[in-house]
Design a protein around this ligand. Structure first.
Ligand code: SAH
Length: 420
């Protein structure tokens, strides 16, 4: 989502102000930091990086802070780092060329102007197009700051999404990547009087686009994984067979305290249905350890779900208390040593499962869509089920689909050879 926001700001700056991106911040006229605020660490990092940029930047260069931390800290950022020229919230990024000319501007109000849904077509990759399908988040997960920084969940009208996808495909993208905090809750609320459609229907309409080969999306919410959605996922050949299922905790009690809306049993039942209907599916997840009140038995439930679900990818985090969330005030805080031990257990189990899953891929054949050239004579892409695979090859392969047989296994990248 942040990458897409960055693409949009860059496009606005190119079009209206003649800016271009550079790799060398010391020569830049403008330094933009697009921030995240889901955990405390990136917020602390913002202030240390700001100090470095301020010391080393070119004379007269401006520094702007954008994104979720901008939304959440607002003018506090300029108080703490007075050399910052402007602060632009996650929902205000379309104003980038306005704030550029207003000294010390702070734009963080959340409004529902539909003009903000229209993102520029400029993309950093020619092969894959990120497309927002909703903004904001309507959930009330007690640990999460996102609803405060990105506002209420509003679905973008289907015709705008289809137009954007058509334009992306005509510009060369064969894959689109739909973005939203709860993509499978698409259609719950529009800002205007738009045709009521759900996510399944949106997927069906997008699949009709000629020249579009692959559809990915993130994040679906486990609570909204009904049979209709899973069946569309299974049967639509353009939908890539990789599903993100953010578990957060395997304990029904903790899930309740987190207000996630599902139980351990529901989650496992959805995994089972997916694995039955799509034998080749790869499932990734997010896990938070040491949420307030998480007992040893609760934590064992998370391990149990990991053992049963056998996730292909696990992103795990220590719980980080966030301002303006309910859990910030929960008692029974877990000490940091226990949190570290739990995080390590999750990560060790994940590595064990990953190595075992990867080992079973040797000699398998996958269709790879090549999108990234390395500088060591290799080129990489992803299989339908999201495995990163590299082969020896050069740029003629970019944007091509090839069948690749796996010849050796690494932890994050597998190596193969083209057979077709
Ligand atoms: N909309 C997604 C969440 C996006 S944030 C969902 O509902 O699942 C991405 C991930 O960051 C979350 O899935 C969660 O695992 C993690 N996260 C969010 N808030 C956190 C917090 N306060 N502490 C630790 N991890 C957190």
């Amino acid at each position: 989502m942040n990458e897409r926001d960055t693409e949009h700001m860059l496009a606005e700056l190119k079009e209206k102000e003649n800016y271009d991106a550079t790799d060398d911040f010391k020569s830049a006229d403008l330094i933009l930091i697009n921030t995240c605020s889901v955990r405390e660490k990136p917020v602390a990092k913002l202030f240390s990086e700001l100090g470095i940029f301020n010391k080393k930047k070119k004379d007269g260069a401006k520094i702007g802070v954008c994104g979720c931390t901008a939304s959440h800290l607002g003018k506090e950022i300029i108080k703490r780092a007075p050399y910052v020229s402007f602060v632009l919230g996650a929902r205000n990024i379309s104003k980038i060329t306005e704030v550029l000319h207003k000294p010390k501007a702070v734009e963080i109000d959340i409004n529902y102007d539909e003009s903000e849904f229209a993102f520029k077509d400029f993309r950093s990759s020619k092969y894959k197009a990120y497309i927002n399908i909703s903004i904001g988040c309507d959930k009330s997960c007690t640990f999460c700051i996102v609803p405060k920084t990105r506002g209420d969940e509003i679905s973008i009208p289907m015709n705008l999404i289809i137009d954007e996808a058509n334009r992306a495909v005509s510009l060369g993208a064969k894959e689109i990547f739909l973005l939203g905090q709860n993509v499978n809750n698409y259609g719950r609320r529009f800002s205007g009087n738009h045709e009521k459609v759900n996510f399944t229907r949106l997927l069906q309409e997008l699949s009709k686009i000629d020249g579009l080969k692959r559809i990915r999306f993130t994040s679906p919410h486990p609570f909204h994984m009904d049979d209709e959605f899973i069946e569309e996922f299974a049967s639509n050949p353009k939908i890539c067979k990789s599903m993100h299922m953010p578990l957060q905790s395997g304990s029904t009690k903790v899930l309740k305290d987190m207000k996630r809306g599902y139980t351990k049993e529901w989650f496992l039942n959805r995994v089972q249905k997916l694995r039955e209907m799509v034998p080749d599916v790869s499932i990734s997840t997010d896990i938070i350890v040491a949420f307030p009140g998480e007992s040893d038995a609760d934590f064992e439930d998370t391990i149990d779900v990991m053992n049963q679900a056998n996730f292909e990818q696990v992103f795990s985090f220590k719980y980080s208390p966030r301002p303006q969330t309910e859990a910030e005030f929960f008692s029974d805080v877990i000490d940091s040593d226990t949190a570290s031990v739990r995080l390590t257990s999750i990560q060790e189990l994940h590595i064990k499962q990953l190595d075992k899953n990867n080992a079973s891929k040797i000699d398998n054949t996958y269709t790879v869509y090549f999108e990234e050239l390395y500088n060591d004579g290799f080129i990489s892409g992803r299989s339908d089920n999201n495995t990163v695979i590299k082969v020896k090859g050069s740029e003629e392969l970019l944007g091509e689909f090839k069948d690749v047989k796996i010849i050796s296994i690494g932890r994050t990248v597998l190596t193969g050879e083209i057979i077709n």
